[in-house]
Write a protein that binds this ligand. Structure first.
Ligand code: NAD
Length: 243
């Protein structure tokens, strides 16, 4: 019996790709909802909710999931840090996989970035560059935000160390700053590069997504995995066994 999925954001780019690969992943979209539809009317018969919509929808999705005891796979990005903190505590009350990026390759990039930041140390200036299609509404991407968190954590820095782009007379680069640059254009599905630059050498770790199906397959893999898990907030590293 295919996994019965309620898909929120069904008319969007990701929603459409998830629907197109669901069959090959032993899943079926029994309800595909979008802005203006009533989530509460269709939630009771699904096995799992997959949400790739907009940040404003997340709180309601989590509230209804808790009320109806349904697990959630959450792919939406673009929340503020304060929103994220509030939503994390809501998500932890149900079984929830929340990932800024569901691709296997990017999750490997997370692991490699942590390793590189630890080995290379503070003498290597860290910068993150991402590029996405012209329609993307938030910046930097959820994936870039996660890469930055990994670097900050590894170097015991806080978000005040982040430099979002540079302009004007910025002065010399401070050794503790971590730069982040968001490029937008065309139909780029998602590129991320982490640069560690010292005097004399530079290490660059790059991932390039060329097909949204990688995120869709990852989200569907997470949907199968979350069934039967105890309440808690999980990420793709848990699903892939990378922890
Ligand atoms: P999109 O703009 O193409 O689609 C979003 C869809 O959600 C639209 O159809 C819109 O009408 C709908 N929507 C908006 N508000 C809603 C609401 N309150 N309830 C229900 N539906 C609502 O965007 P997209 O490229 O499909 O991306 C959607 C989200 O997923 C974004 O936050 C994006 O950054 C994120 N994303 C995450 C990953 C990942 O791997 N985690 C990958 C790609 C995109």
């Amino acid at each position: 019996m295919p996994l019965q999925i309620l898909l929120n954001g069904a008319k969007g780019r990701m929603g459409q790709v998830i629907a197109s690969v669901a069959g090959e992943m032993n899943a079926t979209i029994y309800a595909g909802l979008d802005a203006g539809d009533d989530l509460s009317a269709s939630i009771s018969r699904c096995e799992v909710i997959i949400d790739f919509s907009s940040p404003g929808a997340t709180a309601q999705v989590l509230e209804l999931a808790q009320l109806h005891h349904k697990p959630v796979v959450l792919g939406t990005t673009g929340h503020t840090p304060a929103e994220k903190e509030h939503l994390r505590s809501m998500a932890a009350k149900i079984p929830c996989v929340w990932a800024g990026n569901f691709s296997v390759g990017v999750n490997l990039l997370f692991a490699l970035t942590q390793r590189a930041a630890g080995i290379l140390g503070a003498d290597y200036d860290a910068e993150v560059v991402e590029m996405h299609h012209r329609f993307k509404k938030d910046a930097p991407s959820g994936t870039a935000a996660r890469l930055l968190d990994i670097i900050l954590e590894e170097r015991q820095l806080t978000a005040t160390a982040l430099r979002h782009g540079r302009a004007g007379l910025t002065g010399e680069r401070s050794p503790t700053e971590v730069g982040v640059h968001a490029l937008r254009g065309g139909d780029v599905v998602g590129d991320h590069t982490v640069i560690f630059a010292a005097l004399g050498e530079r290490v660059e770790l790059t991932h390039k997504a060329s097909d949204r199906a990688i995120f869709a397959r990852g989200a569907l893999r997470a949907a199968h995995w979350i069934i039967g898990q105890p309440p808690g907030l999980y990420d793709m590293q848990d699903v892939l066994g990378l922890k």
